[in-house]
Design a protein around this ligand. Structure first.
Ligand SMILES: NC(=O)c1ccc[n+]([C@@H]2O[C@H](COP(=O)([O-])OP(=O)(O)OC[C@H]3O[C@@H](n4cnc5c(N)ncnc54)[C@H](OP(=O)(O)O)[C@@H]3O)[C@@H](O)[C@H]2O)c1
Length: 283
């Protein structure tokens, strides 16, 4: 029977996920579809309940869905089984329908972040290292979790709204600490990985004002903003001789686990997929 999955959120029309999953469906010749569904938090639970039956009426089997803004937190109270990744991060980005119909909630954003970095650097070398995270929004939660899993021994979090940085540090526990937004540059000399998780530097948003002068040359810089692909932060990092990692790969890599769970095919991120998704960004 044809398999069905997709992405839900509001707004959803801008999502690159249908293009990304569509690439793999075509590449592997699967009898499957991946659809963008406009869903608001109030109807998420009912939608997830109704979809197995509605899909069956169309001759398809509903396998699950990705979730994006504003549904990731709402799903925590809806799924039957919450995997540790989603529980720890406090958000679900992937729902999988189990054989018995139960809904499993997972978060793959942290894996996406790690696997993207791993394309350019040996992530095992970050064991015992120090990271500075700019931002404390939804994406930062997953990234701090990923940094902890990667073995960073010190994670500094800074955010325009300081209370959110403190809250994230408290929630994450371990060796996470919040520092003042105005003092972030003074910490750069100790940092091995600098991560921008704010929307600053994104097309249409204010720029990220930070001087990388104090950063060690061997420190790695990554930005999860991917429009533009090379943000000013990454351009400055490259000028300073740092390894600079763009954010598109995080989007691509976070998608792998869902695809594998829904459609039973192991997929990879390669240059061809990257180019195809980038083409979609220009449309
Ligand atoms: N590559 C990927 O796969 C991926 C995945 C998820 C998100 N993203 C991108 O990451 C960015 C953040 O996403 P999110 O979901 O975490 O959003 P979010 O929850 O709304 O958080 C936004 C963050 O940006 C900060 N910020 C916004 N405007 C600012 C300003 N003018 N000055 C200083 N800080 C500012 C916010 O600080 P306050 O708390 O002070 O408001 C907060 O830390 C977006 O650009 C998104 O497209 C990329």
């Amino acid at each position: 029977m044809k398999l069905n999955a997709g992405v839900m959120g509001s707004p959803i029309s801008h999502s690159l996920s249908p293009r990304l999953h569509g690439y793999w469906i075509k590449k592997y010749g699967l009898d499957a579809s991946y659809l963008a569904r406009e869903v608001k938090p109030e109807i998420l639970e009912q939608t997830l309940k109704d979809l197995p039956r509605l899909c069956l009426e169309q001759g398809e089997r509903f396998r699950g869905t990705n979730l994006t803004i504003p549904l990731k937190e709402k799903a925590l109270e809806i799924v039957d089984i919450l995997e540790p990744s989603a529980e720890k991060i406090g958000a679900v980005n992937t729902v999988i329908v189990a054989e018995d119909g139960k809904l499993i909630g997972r978060n793959t954003d942290g894996i996406g972040f790690r696997d993207n970095l791993a394309e350019k650097v040996d992530v095992a070398s970050f064991k015992g290292a120090t990271a500075l995270v700019l931002g404390a929004g939804g994406a930062a939660k997953a990234i701090v979790y990923a940094l902890q899993e990667m073995g960073f021994s010190k994670i500094l979090i800074t955010n325009r709204t300081e209370a959110r940085a403190q809250e994230l540090a408290n929630h994450s526990g371990g060796a996470t600490n919040s520092i003042k937004w105005s003092e972030k540059e003074t910490y750069l000399r100790d940092v091995d990985l600098l991560v921008n998780t704010t929307s600053l530097g994104m097309a249409g948003q204010p720029s990220l004002e930070i001087s990388l002068e104090g950063l060690k040359t061997r420190a790695v810089v990554t930005d999860i903003v991917y429009v533009p692909l090379k943000t000013d932060l990454l351009l400055e990092a490259e000028k300073g001789g740092h390894v600079a990692v763009d954010g598109l790969g995080m989007l691509l890599h976070q998608a792998k686990a869902g695809f594998e769970a829904w459609f039973g095919v192991k997929v990879e991120v390669n240059a061809d997929l990257r180019a195809y998704v980038l083409e979609g960004l220009k449309k």
